[in-house]
Design a protein around this ligand. Structure first.
Ligand code: NDP
Ligand code: OXD
Length: 338
């Protein structure tokens, strides 16, 4: 079995060594133009030439969760596309989002400014009930984030394409999460406008549930894949529907957010701030107004990093499963875009 490696964002040698150790029977090599045809590919943002030459691939493993860049290329039609399925990313994402929500809710930026000025000052505690958090995207990462926020007793809303009921969750709730009464709307009738509450999260779905989801949320977290349906989803109309004093956390892709609309709503005061990890252009250009904006916190696409050993173990396990003819999790549907 031949495995070819073509990742433009990382040093190849540790990956090649790791894959060889995990799959001792395989011939693992770094792709170069004219390389021998392989059975499996491990990729991140390869050039089109890679797929033009490797037309026989059985499966392509993306070393990230998002496949928006990969799906822009012409891939061999028979090749399965497999994204990273957590592999240590969901806990990082939960840390990042909980940190951003709590920092905003507890006004730690204002405390930090006061202490820098030598001021011992108190602020009136805010009501948690006034900070409902809406998580857009209830997949591998969004579910973990929503559950983590619920553990801190924030009211949590979730929004996804398909409707979520308790049995649909990747991991069921832990004992500490409050059980919802069975009589609340949506527990018996599963419609997009009648939210259900698996794991203490109020779940909305589809276009019909979107406006109710936004109106019920004050902090908005984006964990959607980037597809034609979700591009520019955080625009003036949708962000205006958040409760007053809304706060935006984008950890998915830069093109989900219309940057000028965010700035307009920050200026008007409808939104109180934003934490942004992803941008339309990365690295964020030096002259971009986000850098110095007092209400925007920036991180350099680092909310959930690809962890090499977890990812290699997952990919090796899936290659072995495919070789045995077994199905694997994390398959991408190119028509759906994720
Ligand atoms: P998943 O594919 O597991 O989940 C995607 C979720 O989005 C699903 O709940 C899906 O709904 C929902 N969704 C998709 N399209 C729509 C739509 N049109 N309307 C409503 N809901 C929709 O992805 P992950 O959770 O693993 O990752 C999410 C994204 O996070 C990635 O695509 C990537 O872009 C980004 N990411 C960012 C990282 C960073 O460091 N900043 C790191 C890793 C990922 P349904 O459940 O019905 O299918
Ligand atoms: C990913 C990412 O999609 O790092 O995994 O953004």
């Amino acid at each position: 079995m031949n495995i070819t490696f073509c990742c433009t964002n990382t040093a190849p040698e540790p990956w090649l060594q790791g894959l060889r150790a995990a799959l001792p029977g395989a011939d693992v090599s770094l792709w170069e133009p004219g390389a021998v045809p392989a059975d499996y590919a491990v990729v991140w943002a390869p050039p089109q030439q890679f797929f033009d030459e490797q037309g026989q691939l059985k499966a392509v493993f993306n070393i990230g969760a998002g496949v928006d860049a990969l799906l822009k290329l012409r891939l061999p039609p028979q090749a399965l596309i497999v994204r990273l399925d957590d592999a240590g990313m969901s806990v990082q994402m939960a840390e990042y989002v909980c940190h951003a929500v709590i920092r905003h809710f507890r006004e730690f930026d204002a405390y930090e400014a006061d202490t820098r000025d030598g001021k011992w000052s108190f602020r009136k505690p805010q009501e948690r009930a006034d900070f409902p958090v809406g998580v857009m995207g209830l997949g591998v990462l969004g579910q973990r984030v929503a559950r983590a926020l619920a553990q801190f007793d924030f009211p949590v809303n979730g929004w996804s394409r398909s409707h979520k009921k308790p049995g649909d969750w990747v991991t069921e709730c832990s004992a500490q999460v409050k059980e919802e009464p069975a009589t609340r709307a949506g527990d018996t009738e599963q419609t997009a406008r009648s939210p259900s509450h698996p794991n203490g999260v109020m779940c909305f779905s589809g276009a019909e549930g979107f406006k109710d989801f936004l109106a019920a949320s004050r902090v908005l977290v984006c964990l959607l894949p980037l597809t034609p349906d979700t591009r520019d989803i955080m625009n003036h109309d949708h962000l205006s529907r958040l409760r007053s004093g809304g706060y935006v956390i984008n950890v998915a892709r830069g093109a989900h957010l219309v940057e000028e609309d965010l700035l307009t709503l920050l200026d008007s005061g409808h939104l109180s701030g934003a934490t942004l990890d992803v941008f339309r252009t990365e690295p964020l250009p030096a002259e971009h107004s986000f850098w110095k904006h007092p209400k925007i916190t920036i991180t350099p696409h680092t909310s959930a990093r690809t962890l090499r050993s977890e990812s290699i173990a997952q990919i090796a396990g899936k290659i072995a499963a495919l070789q045995r003819g077994e199905p694997v999790a994390g398959m991408v549907d190119p028509r759906r875009g994720y």
